[in-house]
Design a binder for this molecule. Structure first.
Ligand code: SF4
Length: 462
């Protein structure tokens, strides 16, 4: 026996690796554990209309659903947050709520603890104690932190990158996420945030978007978004997509919908599946890449129904279903959480792990945000486990720049938590700006992640 032979049996022992992959079967948590859904049948649960009609929109409905499972301590925390901090109103579909604390004991104290700790609860139903007590908002946070509305070429059509546009068809979603980057526009107003409104009629807005794309052949890629396209009545969405596919310079169409994971029943309705098949067939005939982009942040969200919705879309001809998650502390900002999620998406649901965005610099989001160096460490930690094409990139969406891989920064002041980024194209509002490509654009780490000297500096500025 050589030394080589002696070490060989241990070389592939998974328990010697920082991360251990174990295949996990997907499970739909039992919704009947909630008192309010004790008698809900499988048929009702699979019904998209039932799901929409039974969304939880306020603490009273949550109480009716959960009976005495959540103690008053939780409701006090929730009320305080809704009054003082929330930038999004509450809207949680039953399917999504059912993925919170799926294995918790039904003893009220234990259930409340599990509910508070739960990663999906932390971003769908935020409470006061989640927020950063010292710096709930970064001094440079802004409502429309990516300046999308500034770059509208017609209402709702953001032309930020040279060859791509974002078409916001609607300002609502079937679910509202606490960290929504479009908190400026999406959803209902909260005590803290008076939302802006789209003013054109949907039909006029869509007309103007199509018109712009016809006159701008350099745009080849259209992200059809919102809000969530699941809230656009299907005939209207199909008509818009067919008109897009009529423009022969459009070569990529991506549908943005968190509902694929939050309300998969929507994407399993026969009228939607049949319509999607017609669109996919047309896209295929015209050689256009039609994809669905969804937004899943934690492995608990990947259930058999989500996998069924993704596979159904693929079966009817959608080329790819991809995930764009958001990297958030307390939700998924560890290597194990990211890898568990990516393996479930890739291996069990045929959803390609594509991006994790760093949470944007909107108000009251500091407790979710990670520093750029933390994101770099996470990117390093998840390399090499998944197939290369399914290894997600962690990206920082730098204001006035766009998405950058987290290692692409130009300079980094770790003490003050300011990174500087450059870019290689002009956004729609800088076409006449001779310095746009030479400028350095700042991005800011959460102040709580800085060394003492950096935290002091920010306090002095404040
Ligand atoms: S689904 Fe997307 S657009 Fe809608 S609230 Fe969540 S993050 Fe915002």
């Amino acid at each position: 026996m050589t030394a080589l032979h002696e070490v060989a049996p241990t070389q592939h022992r998974a328990d010697l690796q920082p991360y251990t992959y174990v295949r996990q079967e997907l499970v739909e948590p039992d919704w009947r554990r909630f008192p309010g859904w004790r008698d809900v049948t499988d048929t009702q649960w699979r019904d998209a209309q039932w799901q929409r009609a039974n969304c939880v929109k306020n603490p009273k409905q949550l109480r009716t659903l959960t009976g005495d499972l959540l103690t008053d301590r939780f409701y006090d925390e929730l009320a305080a947050d809704q009054q003082q901090s929330a930038t999004m109103s509450m809207l949680v579909p039953p399917h999504m709520l059912n993925t919170i604390a799926p294995d918790a004991s039904l003893d009220p104290e234990a259930f409340t603890e599990a509910f508070l700790r739960d990663p999906i609860r932390r971003y769908m139903i935020p409470v006061r104690s989640d927020r950063d007590p010292d710096w709930p908002s970064h001094p440079h946070s802004t409502r429309d932190s990516l300046h999308e509305a500034e770059m509208w070429v017609v209402e709702g059509l953001t032309h930020r990158y040279p060859t791509k546009v974002l078409a916001e068809l609607v300002s609502t979603c079937p679910q509202y996420c606490g960290h929504c980057t479009r908190m400026d526009l999406v959803g209902n107003s909260t005590p803290q945030v008076q939302k802006h409104k789209l003013t054109l009629k949907p039909v006029d807005r869509q007309e103007q978007m199509i018109d712009y794309l016809k006159r701008t052949p350099g745009v080849r890629d259209v992200v059809v978004s919102g809000g969530d396209v699941a809230n656009v009545p299907w005939p209207q969405l199909e008509s818009f997509l067919m008109r897009l596919l009529d423009i022969d310079t459009v070569r990529d169409v991506r549908l943005a919908t968190k509902a694929l994971a939050g309300l998969p029943q929507h994407w399993l309705q026969p009228k939607v599946v049949e319509g999607l098949e017609r669109v996919a067939r047309t896209a295929g005939r015209r050689g256009v890449n039609l994809a669905i982009h969804t937004h899943v942040n934690h492995v608990q969200s990947v259930t058999p129904l989500v996998a069924e919705a993704a596979r159904t879309a693929l079966e009817v001809g959608v080329r790819d279903v991809r995930n764009q998650g958001v990297l958030m502390k307390g939700v998924n900002a560890t290597p194990d959480d990211l890898l568990d999620l990516c393996f479930a998406l890739q291996g069990e649901a045929n959803i390609l792990p594509y991006y994790f965005y760093m949470c944007d610099m909107i108000p009251n989001a500091e407790h979710w945000r990670v520093a750029v160096w933390e994101a770099q460490e996470l990117q390093h930690a998840i390399m090499g486990y998944l197939p290369g094409y399914a290894t997600p990139r962690i990206v920082c969406d730098v204001p006035y720049v766009g998405k950058r891989w987290v290692h692409q920064l130009h300079e980094y002041d770790r003490e003050l938590g300011i990174s500087y980024w450059t870019k290689n194209y002009r956004t729609g509002i800088e076409l006449d700006d001779p310095e746009a490509l030479d400028r350095r654009y700042p991005y800011y780490d959460p102040i709580s992640t800085l060394p003492e000297t950096g935290r002091r500096w920010w306090s002095e500025q404040a």
